[in-house]
Design a binder for this molecule. Structure first.
Ligand SMILES: C[S@@+](CC[C@H](N)C(=O)[O-])C[C@H]1O[C@@H](n2cnc3c(N)ncnc32)[C@H](O)[C@@H]1O
Length: 248
């Protein structure tokens, strides 16, 4: 349901410019681990291009041909080699193993069914070399914040598009509690072009108690769960569930 949102890759990069502690975290982890790297839901390569530029052989897999085309363009511009592949993280077979596999920026939360998450973890496991690590980050759901989603359209932010000028971003969200999915619509507008993009974005919540169970059903073991990019332990008030896993 979120494909349309990712069919505007250039706008995505203007809205979410990347960089920051998440890139530093994954880059340091890839360097510590060494060897071959696979990112699932790699988008336009915010994390994978810096990791590849450190000298690791990298593969990036994503559903969206638009995001992959932008990733390829940016990697070419920087003279960095990455193998970009179109595919579905729920079921993939690349015919080789990796030393470091990761899924970042809530990409995993595009899988809404528990079965899809487990299938994804099983596919990951088949691609782990001996001693490999699988790391992913998802937000730590706050029941209070989820319950505040009332379907009302509100301006959330704005950014500068060199072609269009100032773009304002409105979002309307409701929380579908039985599905554990926040169903949003994102509206991008300029003064002269109201709502030039209207796209759904639907993000699941993974609650803290179910997370280790889903991981273990996928044949993996949750070794550690951090709560933020500094490595603070996961707790009720930390923003993230930053999970370090290995084969069970
Ligand atoms: C929030 S973006 C994150 C992109 C990138 N990881 C980053 O850190 O900027 C989520 C990405 O997941 C991709 N995605 C969603 N569902 C997917 C699936 N089933 N298989 C592969 N990629 C998927 C989207 O196309 C999108 O590029």
């Amino acid at each position: 349901m979120s494909e349309a949102f990712y069919s505007h890759a250039r706008l995505y990069d203007l809205m979410f410019p990347g960089g920051g502690p998440a890139v530093d975290f994954y880059r340091a982890d890839a360097n510590r681990q060494g060897g071959r790297v696979l990112e699932l839901g790699c988008g336009t390569g915010h994390k994978l291009i810096p990791i590849a530029s450190d000298g690791h052989p990298c593969v990036g897999l994503d559903f969206s041909s638009d995001m992959l085309a932008e990733a390829q363009r940016k990697a070419n511009e920087r003279g960095t080699a990455v193998e970009w592949m179109q595919g579905d993280m729920r079921a993939f077979d690349l015919g080789r193993t990796f030393d470091f596999v990761f899924i970042t920026a809530n990409s995993l939360l595009h899988l809404h069914e528990a079965e899809d998450l487990v299938n994804c973890f099983r596919s990951v496991r088949r691609h782990l070399a001996p001693g490999a690590r699988f790391v992913f980050d998802v937000f730590n759901p706050s029941v209070r914040l989820l319950a505040e989603a009332d379907g009302v359209r509100r301006t959330r932010e704005s950014f500068m598009d060199p072609d269009r000028g100032d773009v304002s971003v409105d979002v309307a969200e409701i929380y579908d509690a039985p599905a554990q999915v926040t169903r949003g619509t994102w509206y991008l507008s300029t003064n002269s072009e109201p709502d030039f993009v209207v796209a759904p974005l639907e993000i699941r919540s993974i609650f803290p108690q179910e997370l280790p169970l889903l991981v273990s059903l996928g044949g993996l073991r949750l070794v550690e769960r951090f709560g933020d990019w500094s490595g603070r332990p996961f707790a009720v008030d930390t923003p993230l569930q930053l999970c370090i896993c290995e084969s069970a």
